[in-house]
Design a protein around this ligand. Structure first.
Ligand code: CS2
Length: 492
């Protein structure tokens, strides 16, 4: 079978969407760091629509750690399909926005040069939570992180996203290439502000005058990004080929829902993403906090407890009456009351819509995938809510069970005694905690609850919080997740 490529576009089946512009007329105006499935199903789709009327915004897609995505895309002229799956059916759209690719680790100097190209006005990032080399609880740059240590020693051949951004900005300053918009699209709290702080801390260490220049010449708008994009499987690759009539080694699968709320805070030209459905606003925070706590908080709760209960997929976990009851009550009773509803949003309707999105059986989203990197995710998904409720003297019953679900999962053994391959930057620390505690649940919980980079010094020292989580960990180990949940919900 032939490969998807520019020459194959005219012969695609008529039902398949395709770029509404001449690929050869597109210039590179955006450098994107982290060419994973989420970027390809989210920002690249918005940008693809913008390109129909404004050819300046082609994307140079950069892979940070492995050349897998760049190699696959380069072999097909940067083209790939988005397979949109709902209960009603499947639709395909070929995206042309990624015009060039680059593997950062293969040629760091080339990436720095491209970041300093005067035609590039925007850098977007999806490098996942752990890609920011920060302390998740405080948001501060981790100067002991091996990549940051390396990048401060080799500022012109960096490895980390922050190292590249600072190197690119330094090169722009030196060459007079002009200001830059840096748009974080990861699920971090106050993501733009957080990245700005990390960039400033790194630049300050390198050269205080550079930090001052960056303050005036770079903007870091906050964004809320939302689209459920499970990892692509072999079956998806086969489905893309069947529906396209040509082979696509880099398709992505997504739900129909696609939302991007962007703080209108730019210092350089930018794509008119609002013409493609993005929402520009003066204040992203209510959207972002709502999404991180309601959607991602529920996702993580279902991922840990669902995995322990034997659910491989989120659609199964959210169809389990016990888990559905827990996450619905957690949203309504404990999360929503901490939120300021964004303009025009009704929080109960938002919660109901989330449950519907989770239950989409056409979307095989693995609990195991969402369970990854919990140490980096818990602070913004569950712990901020718990912290605010505790400060207000409010109960955290459901949140304590969800956090205990993480500890039970991250201890590395499932309910049948089989090992769980826990993927997390702190996985070695977790194993040490379990060894030191002889796998005794109370002491295991204590060991986890001492992790200040996750819980922050305040929750580490919060007696009531620790006791609530600890009791749930002990119950989960002793009785299993299903029985613990039934008792918790009063249906045992
Ligand atoms: C998920 C998110 O993998 C995860 O941790 O919770 O990727 C989630 O699907 C997206 O944030 C939805 O917008």
């Amino acid at each position: 079978m032939a490969n998807l490529c520019a020459a194959a576009l005219p012969d695609l089946p008529s039902a398949v969407g395709r770029p509404a512009y001449d690929l050869r007329a597109v210039g590179i105006g955006i450098v994107h760091l982290g060419l994973g499935a989420f970027h390809r199903a989210h920002q690249a789709v918005f940008t693809d629509s913008v390109l129909a009327t404004d050819r300046r915004w082609g994307i140079l897609g950069v892979s940070m750690k492995t050349p897998r995505a760049t190699a696959a895309l380069a072999a097909q002229d940067g083209l790939y399909s988005v397979i949109e799956r709902s209960q009603e059916g499947v639709s395909l759209r070929v995206i042309g926005a990624v015009r060039e690719t680059l593997f950062a680790a293969g040629d760091p100097a080339a990436l720095v040069r491209r970041l300093a190209d005067p035609a590039v006005h925007v850098v977007t990032l999806t490098v996942t939570e752990k890609g920011y080399c920060h302390d998740p609880a405080s948001g501060a740059l981790d100067f002991a992180h091996p990549d940051i240590v390396h990048d401060l020693a080799h500022p012109d051949a960096p490895r980390s996203a922050v190292g590249f951004i600072v190197a690119g900005l330094a090169a722009r300053r030196a060459s007079g290439a002009g200001p830059l918009n840096v748009v974080c699209c990861d699920n971090l709290p106050h993501n733009g502000r957080t990245l700005e702080g990390l960039t400033r801390a790194f630049a300050q260490h390198r050269d205080p005058a550079l930090a001052v220049w960056i303050d005036a010449n770079a903007a870091f708008p906050c964004t809320m990004v939302d689209r459920i994009v499970p990892a692509t499987t072999e079956a998806d690759v086969a489905e893309a080929a069947r529906r396209l009539g040509v082979a696509d080694q880099a398709p992505v699968v997504a739900e129909p829902y696609n939302s991007w709320v962007i703080e209108d805070r730019f210092v350089a030209p930018r794509p008119a993403w609002e013409q493609a459905g993005a929402q520009m606003t003066a204040d992203v925070q209510p959207f972002e906090t709502m999404k991180l706590r309601m959607l991602n908080g529920s996702h993580s709760t279902m991922a840990y407890l669902g995995y322990l209960m034997g659910h491989a997929y989120i659609w199964q976990a959210s169809a389990d009456p016990l888990l559905a009851d827990l996450v619905e009550r957690q949203m309504a009773e404990e999360i929503a009351p901490t939120l300021v509803a964004p303009p025009g949003v009704d929080l109960s309707a938002y919660g109901r819509q989330l449950m519907e999105r989770f239950r989409n059986p056409a979307l095989p989203h693995r609990t195991y995938q969402i369970a990854m990197d919990g140490s980096q995710k818990l602070p913004q998904r569950l712990l901020g809510t718990a912290r605010e409720r505790l400060a207000a003297g409010l109960p955290i019953r459901h949140l304590a069970l969800a956090v205990a679900g993480w500890i039970r999962y991250a201890s590395g053994t499932d309910e049948r005694g089989a090992p769980i391959d826990v993927q997390d930057p702190l996985a070695a620390a977790f194993r040490q905690i379990v060894r030191d505690a002889n796998a005794d649940p109370g002491p295991v919980a204590d060991g986890f609850l001492d992790l200040a980079s996750v819980f922050g010094a305040d929750l580490v020292a919060h007696y009531a919080f620790r006791e609530a989580v600890r009791a749930n960990v002990i119950a989960l180990v002793r009785d299993g997740a299903r029985a613990t949940l039934a008792r918790h919900l009063g249906v045992a």
